[in-house]
Ligand binder design. Structure first.
Ligand code: NAD
Ligand code: DAU
Length: 351
């Protein structure tokens, strides 16, 4: 079936993997990537597919209602996969405003424009919101987040994502807009902006810089390889039941300190350093304000209903990730110069 699909945030980490997958796998689709190109958006993530006939890029700020409406006038989208967001919890703590504008108002602008372009009954029409497990709050040492877990967001980032989830469901309930939502755990892999734990640790080990571990490193995250998330998004977009929510996770919980130690071990091997030498870089720093203790996802609904499961083991995924960062120094160096180096000094200089 021919379809015209909007992917927002396609120049970012997860978005670029989703765009590549759709452009390559579905030549009959027209894929439009709309991205503001904030500090986190990087068209270099897509150089291998940028000349494909079924791909177009439009620089668009989703907060700008006129620009969003113009985009929907230019293309009659049948489907939207909405990933554009401010995504870093630490930035939401120091400056929450942008999270409210992009994550909430931007989402409402897209919902409104999509509602206006085609009747709810149009075949294949779907608004797919990519959300996070952080909307469910923080777990102690037992239990998992299911699709029934009540929302309890605890950071400006997670509160903005929870708000946008609510707006998506409200448009479904009020206007009959067909939607689907997925809430995923922590992603890792190539192209992740180096403000996030795994690429930051890899880069600091490479540069022999201190590895900042918040608090005592006891917080737990469930890690999923980005390619497996892109595969889940593909399946949910095509086969998810409208109006439903699907949790996506790696069933792969790690305490931060254990994960950082594992990365030190892998990097010692790759860089030919003495075993244990990178661990000396570990530095405990002031904890993140309101730091959620544990996230853990029960993805059995997605596995049973739609047959998805993670395909990459953590050992394989981390190996591929480390190799990608070591092979793509230019990509990393472009990012860590300029604005990011100022952010890094402000964030870690005072901890
Ligand atoms: P990212 O920060 O790497 O990329 C976000 C992209 O959105 C960038 O390309 C940026 O330029 C674009 N963007 C930001 N503001 C915009 C605006 N106003 N208009 C248009 N584009 C804008 O984020 P990511 O880690 O790839 O996350 C993508 C989505 O997945 C987000 O919605 C995030 O909440 C969600 N998510 C992320 C994770 C994770 O572990 N990274 C896990 C679960 C869900
Ligand atoms: O759970 C899904 C979420 O995962 C996504 O919705 C977010 O967009 C994504 O950024 C991620 O949020 P986290 O806050 O869990 O990811 P981050 O990589 O920032 O941090 C992971 C853990 O590591 C967290 O417990 C904080 C800790 N940490 C992080 C950094 C950047 C450190 O100890 N030191 C650091 O320097």
């Amino acid at each position: 079936m021919k379809r015209t699909i909007l992917i927002t945030g396609g120049a970012g980490f997860i978005g670029s993997h989703v765009v590549r997958r759709f452009v390559k796998k579905y030549p009959e689709y027209s894929v439009v990537n709309a991205d503001k190109l904030t500090y986190a958006g990087n068209l270099c993530n897509l150089t291998d597919i940028e000349r494909e006939k079924n791909y177009k890029f439009r620089k668009t700020d989703i907060v700008d209602k006129k620009a969003v409406n113009a985009l929907f006038d230019e293309f009659r989208f049948d489907g939207v996969i909405h990933l554009a967001a401010e995504s870093h919890v630490d930035r939401s703590i120091t400056s929450p405003d942008e999270f409210i504008y992009t994550n909430i108002i931007g989402t409402v602008n897209l919902l409104t424009a999509f509602r206006n372009v085609a009747p709810a009954s149009r075949a294949g029409k779907i608004f797919y919101h990519i959300s996070t497990d952080e909307v469910y709050g923080s777990l102690e040492h037992g239990g998992f987040f299911t699709e029934q877990t009540p929302y309890d967001p605890r950071s400006p980032y997670s509160a903005s994502k929870a708000s946008s989830d609510h707006m998506v469901r409200a448009f479904g309930n009020t206007y009959g807009l067909p939607f689907v939502i997925s809430n995923c755990s922590n992603n890792y892999g190539p192209n992740q902006f180096p403000e996030k734990l795994i690429p930051l640790t890899i880069n600091n080990i490479k540069l022999n810089k201190p590895i900042p571990v918040y608090g005592r490193g006891e917080n737990i995250r469930d890690w999923l390889y980005v390619g497996d998330h892109a595969a889940a998004i593909d399946i949910i977009f095509h086969s998810g039941r409208p109006g439903e929510t699907y949790n996506v996770g790696g069933d792969n919980e790690w305490k931060n300190i254990d994960l950082v130690r594992l990365l030190c071990h892998i990097m010692d091997g790759r860089l030919g350093r003495n075993a244990g030498s990178s661990e000396e870089l570990i530095t405990y720093v002031t904890d993140r304000a309101g730091h959620d203790l544990r996230y853990a996802i029960d993805s059995s609904k997605l596995q049973k209903e739609l047959g998805w499961k993670p395909s990459v083991t953590f050992e394989e995924g981390l190996g591929m990730t480390v190799d990608w960062y070591l092979a793509n120094e230019k990509w990393l160096n472009n990012i860590i110069s300029g604005d990011y180096s100022r952010y890094y000094e402000e964030m870690y200089g005072r901890r």
